[in-house]
Design a protein around this ligand. Structure first.
Ligand SMILES: O=C(O)C(=O)C[C@H](O)[C@H](O)COP(=O)(O)O
Length: 216
């Protein structure tokens, strides 16, 4: 069953509005997934992007989708049509890609999984706007031009809302969140590898709490 782009974009918008930050997670051990997601949800961060950068990622998505009440689990680092299909079968509720390609966009058209595609130029944003996308990831946010570049798009591209990701920290998130065309930011700082490996779920909950408080 397919779903039209407007409906899928509404889902993306709702997900982006759940909290000021979407944590970008690299998970090495699927056993960490459930306690990590519970800590994030307890700290006020429900939407979680599990990147397909490790073999454990799909098992992690399956576990969070099945066991963590209040979590909205998504898939990140989606590069191909088969990534999208595998993540949808695993129970992902949204998908994020670092960029866009014709094949991936065609697969997204055929999928019910809402896609938040990445862009780094106004031309890419316009190409996706033509296809009905109104919510985009700005990647890699800091190296590509940061809040200054994104702010410069607010006037000529007023219909588009962004989730900047890449190089953002707790300290710099506010520079982006204060822009009129930003709904949330993405970042890996909430789930550092040392805390995951140590099982420091209280520490992750604290990082989530600080991130959730960014929207005053
Ligand atoms: O996996 C993806 O789909 C990506 O596009 C890359 C991530 O968004 C960045 O790796 C964020 O990581 P930090 O810069 O450490 O916050």
């Amino acid at each position: 069953m397919t779903m039209n782009i407007e409906t899928k974009q509404q889902h993306v918008e709702a997900t982006m509005r759940l909290a000021p930050v979407i944590p970008v997670v690299i998970i090495e051990d699927a056993k960490h997934a459930v306690p990590m997601a519970r800590a994030l949800v307890a700290g006020g961060i429900p939407a979680i992007e599990v990147t397909l950068r490790t073999p454990a990622a799909l098992d992690a998505i399956r576990a969070i989708a099945a066991e963590v009440e209040g979590a909205v689990v998504g898939v990140g680092t989606v590069l191909t049509a088969s990534d999208l299909q595998a993540a949808e079968r695993a129970g992902a509720r949204f998908a994020v890609s670092p960029g866009m390609s014709p094949k991936l966009l065609a697969a997204a058209d055929d999928s019910t999984l809402p896609l938040l595609p990445g862009i780094a130029t106004a031309s890419e944003a316009m190409a996706l706007f033509e296809r009905g996308y109104r919510h985009l990831k700005f990647f890699p946010a800091v190296p590509a031009g940061g809040a200054k570049l994104l702010g410069a798009w607010a006037s000529p591209l007023p219909q588009i809302r962004f989730c900047p990701t890449g190089g953002i920290s707790l300290a710099t998130a506010k520079d982006f969140l204060s822009l009129s065309n930003v709904l949330c930011v993405g970042g890996s700082w909430l789930t550092p590898g040392d805390k995951l490996n140590a099982g420091d779920w209280a520490g992750i909950e604290q990082l989530a709490r600080e991130a959730a408080a960014l929207r005053a």
